[in-house]
Design a protein around this ligand. Structure first.
Ligand SMILES: C[S@@+](CC[C@H](N)C(=O)[O-])C[C@H]1O[C@@H](n2cnc3c(N)ncnc32)[C@H](O)[C@@H]1O
Length: 380
C-alpha cells in the first residue's frame, strides 16, 4: 500500500492498479540501487581509459554521457527506466480518468474553508510546458478535460507518492519542512510576514512555510489551473491558510518589495533559457531589501563529479527535461548577481532532511530516501 493522506478527492486504485504501482516503485529502486551502480565500473574500467587514450584528457560530463550511451548495458538501463516512467503514468492515468468527475466534485466541496484560490484564465502556459509532455506525463501539468478539472493535480499527488514512497513524509512535504526550518534557524532576524512559493504545483511544499512561520501570509503561484484547484482543496482538507494564485512566475502581478522570502522547489530546471532570467528578475522586484530568495533543485554540476553530472543525461534525453543540463551547468551566482542580488550574499548549500533524522532512517541503506536538499539563493 502506498503511504497516502486520506482526503476523499485523492484517486484510489483497484488491487491490480496498486500492485502495478508497487511494481513501478520496486523496479525504480532496483534500477537505481542495483542496476545503475555497475555502469560506473564499466565507465572507469573501459570507457574512461579509452577516451583518455584517444583524446589525452579527461572527458566532460557531456562526453561521458555520449560515450556511455553507446554501451549496450547503458541502453538497457535507459530503456527500462523510460518504460517504468510510462508504466507509472499509465496506471495512475487509468485511475484518474475513471474517477475524474467524482474527484473534481469532492475537491470543490472541500474548497473554500482556508486561504484562497485566485485563477486567471488569461495566463498563458509557457511554450516550454506545451511543446513537450514534461517527465513523459501525458498532458503535462495543465491539460483539462472536464470543467473545473483537478486531474493533473490528483495525478501529481499519486505519482509523487509512488516516487517517494513515504521518504518525504505522508504529505510529501519534507523538503519544505526542512528548508523552512533551516531558514528560521539560519536567519533568526528575518521574521517573514509575506512568503511566496513559485511553481507550487499542488502546494505540498508550500504548506510547511505556514506551519513554520504561522505569522506569515503564505502564497503559492503556478501557471497550472488544475494543479492549483487541487492545491487549494488539499490545503483546505489539511486546514492550512495558503493563498494560491494562477500566474507566470516571470510576471506575478504582486507589488514591488512585497515579500520577505521567495522560494521554489524544482522549478528552475523546468523553465527555459528565456524564462529563467525573467523569474530571477521577478524575484528581485518582489523582494523587500534584505529579503531572501532560495531555490531548491537537484545539485548544480559544480557540486558533482563529471560522472555524477553525466547521470542526468537520461532525464534530458528520455524524460523530456530539455533545459536541465543547461541550468545545472550554468553559474547561478552570476545569474543572480546579473539580476541585482549581492554576489557576496550567494548561498549554495545542502539542507539536512528532517524526516530521515526524526525517523532514524539510514539513507544509504534505504534507496530513495534523501538525506539533504540542495539550495541556492541570494539576498536582495
Ligand atoms: C516540478 S513542478 C514543482 C513541484 C513542487 N514545487 C513540489 O515541490 O513538488 C514545476 C511546477 O512549476 C510550474 N511552472 C513552470 N513554469 C512556470 C512559470 N513560468 N510560472 C509559474 N509556474 C511555472 C509548473 O506548472 C509545475 O507545476
Amino acid at each position: 500500500m502506498l503511504p497516502l493522506p486520506d482526503y476523499d478527492f485523492l484517486p484510489t486504485g483497484t488491487h491490480d492498479e496498486e500492485a502495478r504501482e508497487n511494481f513501478c516503485r520496486g523496479l525504480a529502486i532496483k534500477l537505481a540501487a542495483d542496476i545503475r551502480p555497475p555502469l560506473k565500473t564499466l565507465y572507469e574500467a573501459e570507457v574512461k581509459p579509452a577516451f583518455e587514450a584517444e583524446h589525452r584528457r579527461e572527458p566532460s560530463f557531456r562526453e561521458i554521457a555520449k560515450e556511455m550511451r553507446k554501451q549496450t548495458r547503458t541502453q538497457l538501463w535507459y530503456r527500462m527506466r523510460t518504460d517504468n516512467q510510462d508504466r507509472m503514468y499509465a496506471v495512475t492515468g487509468d485511475m484518474i480518468s475513471r474517477q475524474a468527475t467524482t474527484l473534481t466534485e469532492r475537491a470543490i466541496a472541500a474548497s473554500g474553508t482556508n486561504g484562497s484560490l485566485t485563477l486567471d484564465s488569461s495566463v498563458a502556459m509557457p511554450r516550454y510546458l506545451t511543446e513537450v509532455d514534461i517527465h513523459r506525463k501525458p498532458g503535462g501539468y495543465h491539460l483539462e478535460t472536464i470543467e473545473n478539472d483537478i486531474s493533473p493535480g490528483a495525478q501529481y499527488e499519486r505519482t509523487i507518492a509512488v516516487h517517494n514512497m513515504g521518504s518525504q513524509g505522508i504529505n510529501n512535504d519534507d523538503p519544505a519542512q526542512s528548508i523552512a526550518t533551516w531558514i528560521r534557524t539560519t536567519y533568526p532576524d528575518l521574521k517573514p510576514m509575506q512568503i511566496l512559493d513559485l511553481g507550487c504545483t499542488i502546494g505540498n511544499n508550500t504548506l510547511p512555510y505556514k506551519s513554520v512561520f504561522p505569522e506569515a501570509k503564505v502564497f503559492g503561484v503556478d501557471v497550472s489551473a488544475p494543479c492549483l484547484r487541487y492545491a487549494h482543496a488539499r490545503a483546505c482538507a489539511l486546514g492550512t491558510d495558503v493563498h494560491f494564485h494562477q500566474a507566470d512566475a516571470q510576471k506575478t502581478g504582486f507589488a514591488d518589495n512585497s515579500f520577505d522570502v521567495i522560494v521554489s522547489r524544482i522549478l528552475l530546471h523546468e523553465t527555459s533559457a528565456k524564462a529563467l532570467p525573467g523569474v530571477i528578475q521577478e524575484c528581485h522586484r518582489l523582494l523587500k531589501p534584505g529579503g531572501l530568495m532560495l531555490h531548491c533543485d537537484a545539485p548544480q554540476f559544480d557540486a558533482l563529479t563529471p560522472y555524477q553530472a553525466s547521470l542526468r543525461d537520461w532525464d534530458a534525453t528520455c524524460n523530456n527535461e530539455p533545459f536541465m543540463l543547461t541550468v545545472y551547468d550554468m553559474s547561478l551566482k552570476d545569474l543572480y548577481s546579473d539580476h541585482g542580488f549581492l554576489p557576496e550574499s550567494y548561498i549554495q548549500t545542502f539542507v539536512t532532511g528532517l524526516y530521515i533524522k526524526e525517523q532514524n532512517i539510514d539513507p544509504n541503506a534505504t534507496p530513495g530516501f534523501g538525506a539533504s536538499y540542495f539550495v541556492t539563493g541570494a539576498i536582495k
